[in-house]
Design a protein around this ligand. Structure first.
Ligand code: HEC
Length: 241
């Protein structure tokens, strides 16, 4: 071989066709050791990110109960969804607020807070007055079960929705020996509308001037007796104007 190669720019190394020239497939393991293709890295990172995002969203905090096929809490998974019992909802709301004065046994506190158990205001068919009392509050002299009280109760209208009032009133009309029909949310809605311009608490004298009306019965009329009360807020309010 002369010094003057016929291919002066050819890189150093065995000549083409020389036995030392690596031919394709000569070192099969080389493919595995090469750098990872960047497209694969890209796909891999996306996959890792997606997995992380998926777990973050759906892991449920890895709480063991989350993946239970038989839920331990709440209504049974099968069968029609059972709406919560208004009396139970009402009892909870009562316990959160009314209980401090009217007491868990509904007896109130002698001389200060009148009883709800056996109260003629609570069990009366004049449900417009009862709803009015809790919406707007009550002050001044009042007679309950033959006892005189002269105190004040605030308005509750801003604290509760129609459904919550319905639950509370339905509850206080059904516990401690009370046995008066439930108060539907529609009736509360109707009274809220009717009394929307009133700002002051009631006095007993004013309440007695309000014509007694069973708004609960009127509102409850559409669903047949014995049927579960319709989900509150769906039925149009019976207009009494
Ligand atoms: C801070 C004490 C207090 C709280 C809390 C309270 N009340 Fe009263 N409530 C009174 C007082 C006092 C009267 C009587 C007012 C008067 O003397 O004029 C009264 C009167 C009533 C009456 C009419 C009289 C009777 O005994 O039947 C009803 C019904 C009633 N409250 C229901 C409720 C409900 C429902 C709640 C909860 C949402 C509630 N109260 C929370 C103090 C309270």
């Amino acid at each position: 071989m002369s010094l003057e190669s016929s291919e002066p720019n050819r890189p150093y190394g065995p000549e083409p066709g020389h036995p030392l020239e690596p031919s394709p497939g000569m070192f099969p393991s080389e493919a595995g050791n090469g750098p990872v293709p960047s497209w694969f890295l890209g796909v891999f990172m996306v996959a890792v990110f997606w997995t992380g995002a998926y777990l973050f969203t759906y892991s449920g905090g890895f709480d063991s109960s989350v993946f239970d096929f038989k839920p331990k809490y709440g209504a049974a998974a099968s069968g029609p969804a059972v709406p919560p019992d208004p009396k139970e909802v009402g009892r909870k709301l009562f316990s959160a607020n009314c209980i401090t004065c009217h007491q868990a046994n509904g007896q109130g506190v002698a001389g200060q807070f009148p009883p709800l158990a056996g109260s003629e205001w609570v069990n009366s068919d004049a449900t417009n007055r009862l709803i009015g009392i809790v919406l707007k509050g009550l002050q001044g002299p009042v007679q309950v079960k033959g006892q005189a009280y002269n105190n004040a109760m605030q308005a509750w209208e801003a604290q509760y929705t129609d459904q919550q009032f319905a639950a509370i009133l339905t509850y206080i009309r059904s516990d401690w020996g009370n046995n008066a029909p439930p108060i539907p949310a529609e009736a509360v809605k109707q009274m809220r509308e009717q009394l929307k311009d009133r700002k002051e608490q009631w006095t007993m004298a004013e309440l007695l001037k309000m014509p007694a009306q069973d708004v609960a019965k009127n509102a409850a009329a559409p669903p047949a007796a014995g049927q579960a009360p319709a989900p509150a807020g769906n039925a149009p309010a019976p207009q009494t104007k």
